[in-house]
Design a binder for this molecule. Structure first.
Ligand code: ADP
Ligand code: MG
Length: 789
């Protein structure tokens, strides 16, 4: 508003100046126009000159005053622009903005402070402590800003002071200039009055002068007008000055306001500062607590570290002592190491030497071992021969033919009552003796061994297994099961699935033995299953089991027998055996409607051949194991059988008699052995003669109703066992046995127990014990001579 005033003023001042200039020029021209009037010219000219002189002086003064005034105004303007009402406003605005900013900062600070207060006390390593640190940083920043603001405020204060001073100065100068102006005005008005007085005096003068006076009056009115104008202008200027003063006052007011605001701001700043100080104090406190915590933590850590340090020191001391003790060890180790190094360096040489000597030693050792081996082999062969010889001798001493009795247990089939009562007892001191109660009398028999009813399959097998293994050494072996039907022959030979008999156990044993010797020997085991029924030989493993087979002499002139067409199965495992038995059994079942009956009337043969080759010597051996389940020995004649049944009985009797004859002949070392008398003995000729071994298993029933048959069987057994007593008696006895036992079974002759007893004890007159029997064998063995038939 003030700024807008000055151009107007200047414009007006410019136009006034122009008017004044025009006015003066008009005054200057006018006297020249009046120079034509001669009379008046001189007076008028004088007055004119006076007036113009006075006027020009006044005008120059006014001009001077004007110029001064303009200068003053310009000065005021300059000062104003310098001071700048606008600058003040700007300052005020700036201060207000600053104030506003500070207020906002303050608010923010307060908010943050409150937030800070609301927060839980800082802990050393959590997020809050970080935030607190950030806040502290911010606080420091704010403090810095406050400091800056303060300094700026101080600067502004200074500036305001300076400006106020300058304003005062300007005012002073303005006052001076106003005073001057007033003085000038005063002077001007005085001169004006003087002029008016002069004019009045001039008016009072004569006519010519009147003109001049008129002119002067005219001029004077003009001057008056100019004066009025000047006064008006002065008035205006005064108004302007008043206005300026007003503005100045306003500005002063504003300045005061600003100062007030500044004071307020200062107060606020003070408050902020106190707040800040308080926050700073709090912060310091927190920092103090934190510092304390830190110190405490440091102290604790220090204490811990000291403890650890102590432990480490102790360890170190221990390590040092260890080190001290280890040093000698290290020295020894170093020496050892050096020694070892030397050894390693020398090792290849030593190794070579050692290898050389070792090779030589090994060669020598091998040579020695070879020699020893050769020697051992030689000894082994000699031992083998010796063993065989000894074995033969032992068998000869024990008798090539052994007779063992087995009593089966009483079964349900035996029924109840007196008939099923037990009639057999044993000697607790001698397992070779059996007592039979027959028709109220006790008859005792002595065999090589007697198995009571409770004897197991394994017990029986245990007894016979030596015979079976001798088959691997190339011996021929025959095991017969003899006895009446139902006495347990098949049970002993075949057994049951759960409790197998000699057949299966023998094969298993052969397998395991062969396996054991497999490193030195190669063995093959073959099996044939045959039966002899009504003196006809049939192959039970053949494709046509009903076909009768012939027994023939080998065409090579060796005197050996063979059966053309008899099937031989090579067996390698228990499974193979089972298959073979099953096959034989199936053949037998399909062939005969009543197998039980049929099997009791035929001889069943399992022929096992073991062929071996010694790897080292190339020696070949062949051993035959004949396991025979004989037909029932009961005397069919008693029941008055006829037709086929009678013929069957005759065949059975014939073959069993022939077997008895052959065994008797063999035991009594007779020159002629009647093998050809039956198919059975003829087939088993090889296995019964020479070094062969025979075992007769006599099966008996224990019950009362079977005592007659049991008696017959036991008598047969004892006779077979006792036939070697002497050539003369042997022959006589053999004849007697043959005729009594097997040629008379159709008749009524039944040997009495007393006769059996007398027969068995005839050589010594007293009951024979097993040991005495062996002793007797030893005594008589050297004297035995074959008796020609
Ligand atoms: P065999 O063949 O002499 O005619 P078995 O062997 O068929 O007689 O035997 C007749 C019955 O007696 C069969 O049921 C058999 O199981 C049973 N038996 C025979 N001996 C024994 C024994 N030692 N233990 C158990 N039972 C036996
Ligand atoms: Mg049977």
């Amino acid at each position: 508003m003030v700024g807008g005033l000055y151009p107007r003023l200047e414009g007006r001042q410019g136009s006034q100046k122009e008017e004044l200039r025009k006015e003066s020029s008009r005054h200057e021209v006018q006297p020249m126009e009046m120079s034509g009037v001669q009379d008046m010219k001189d007076l008028g000219g004088i007055a004119n000159r006076l007036v113009s002189l006075d006027w020009s002086k006044k005008t120059g003064k006014v001009e001077n005053l004007k110029e001064k005034l303009i200068g003053q105004v310009q000065e005021v303007n300059r000062l104003r622009s310098e001071l700048g009402g606008t600058d003040l406003e700007k300052h005020r605005d700036l201060l207000m903005v600053e104030n506003e900013r500070l207020r906002q900062d303050m608010k923010r600070c307060e908010a943050e402070l409150q937030e800070l207060r609301a927060r839980p006390p800082p802990c050393s390593e959590c997020e809050h402590s970080k935030e607190s640190a950030q806040l502290r940083e911010k606080l420091a920043q704010l403090q810095l800003e406050t400091e800056e603001n303060k300094s700026r405020l101080a600067e502004l204060d200074l500036e305001v002071h300076q400006k106020t001073d300058r304003l005062a100065e300007v005012e002073l100068r303005l006052k001076d200039s106003l005073a001057e102006k007033a003085e000038e005005e005063e002077r001007l008005s005085r001169r004006l009055r003087d002029s008016q007085e002069t004019i009045a005096t001039l008016k009072a003068q004569p006519q010519p002068i009147k003109y001049i006076i008129k002119t002067v009056e005219v001029d004077s009115s003009k001057t008056k007008q100019a004066l009025c104008e000047t006064e008006a202008r002065n008035q205006y200027l005064q108004e302007q000055v008043g206005m300026q003063r007003q503005v100045l006052k306003e500005m002063e007011q504003q300045l005061q306001n600003s100062q007030h605001t500044t004071t307020q701001l200062k107060a606020q700043i003070m408050m902020y500062e106190s707040e800040l100080e308080r926050a700073h104090g709090q912060m310091l406190e927190e920092m103090q607590t934190m510092e304390e915590d830190k110190n405490r933590a440091i102290e604790e850590a220090f204490a811990r570290a000291q403890v650890e340090m102590k432990a480490v020191h102790e360890n170190l001391a221990g390590v040092r002592t260890n080190l001290l003790t280890l040093q000698p060890a290290l020295r020894t180790l170093t020496n050892d190491y050096n020694g070892l190094k030397r050894q390693v360096r020398d090792f290849p040489l030593l190794l070579q030497e050692a290898l050389k000597s070792a090779k030589a030693e090994i060669g020598q050792a091998i040579e020695e071992v070879n020699n020893t081996n050769r020697e051992l082999l030689r000894k082994y062969r000699r031992e083998l021969q010796l063993r065989k010889k000894c074995h033969n001798e032992l068998v000869r001493l024990k008798g090539n033919i052994r007779v063992i009795g087995r009593v089966r247990p009483i079964t349900k089939e035996d029924g109840d009552g007196s008939e099923a009562a037990n009639a057999v007892t044993f000697d607790s001191d001698d397992d070779a003796v059996i007592h039979l109660l027959h028709k109220g009398k006790s008859v005792s028999f002595e065999l090589d061994k007697v198995f009571p009813p409770h004897a197991t399959q394994q017990d029986v097998f245990q007894e016979v297994q030596a015979l079976i293994t001798s088959c691997i050494d190339g011996y021929n072996v025959c095991i017969f099961a003899y006895g009446q039907t139902g006495a347990g022959k098949t049970y002993t030979m075949e057994g049951t699935v759960e409790n197998p008999g000699i057949n299966q156990r023998a094969l298993q044993l052969l397998f395991s033995e062969v396996q054991e010797k497999s490193s030195d020997w190669e063995y093959t085991i073959t099996v044939s299953v045959a039966e002899i029924y009504n003196e006809a030989l049939r192959d039970l493993l053949g494709k046509e089991p009903q076909e009768k087979l012939e027994i023939k002499l080998c065409p090579d002139g060796s005197g050996q027998l063979y059966v053309p067409g008899l099937t031989e199965f090579k067996v390698q495992s228990v499974e193979d055996i089972n298959r073979v038995f099953e096959f034989g059994h199936t053949n037998r079942t399909t062939e005969y409607t009543n197998l039980n009956e049929h099997s009791s009337r035929s001889h069943a043969l399992l022929i096992i051949t073991v062929r071996g080759t010694d790897y080292s010597t190339g020696l070949r051996t062949t051993g035959k194991l004949n396991l025979v389940d004989l037909a029932g020995s009961e005397r069919v004649g008693k029941s008055g059988a006829e037709g086929s049944r009678l013929r069957e009985a005759q065949y059975i009797n014939k073959s069993l008699s022939a077997l008895g004859d052959v065994i008797s002949a063999l035991r009594s070392r007779q020159g002629h052995v009647p093998f050809r008398n039956s198919k059975l003995t003829y087939l088993l000729q090889d296995s019964l003669s020479g070094d062969s071994k025979t075992l007769m298993l006599v099966q008996v029933s224990p019950v009362e109703k079977n005592t007659s048959e049991t008696l017959c069987s036991l008598k047969f057994a004892e006779r077979v066992r006792s036939v070697e007593l002497g050539p003369g008696s042997r022959r006589a006895e053999l004849m007697s046995w043959s005729s009594q036992e097997h040629l008379e079974f159709e008749g009524s002759l039944v040997q009495t127990p007393s006769s059996a007893r007398s027969y068995s004890s005839s050589s010594s007159g007293t009951p024979i014990s097993r040991s005495s029997s062996i002793r007797r064998k030893l005594q008589t063995s050297g004297k035995m001579k074959p008796v020609p038939v």
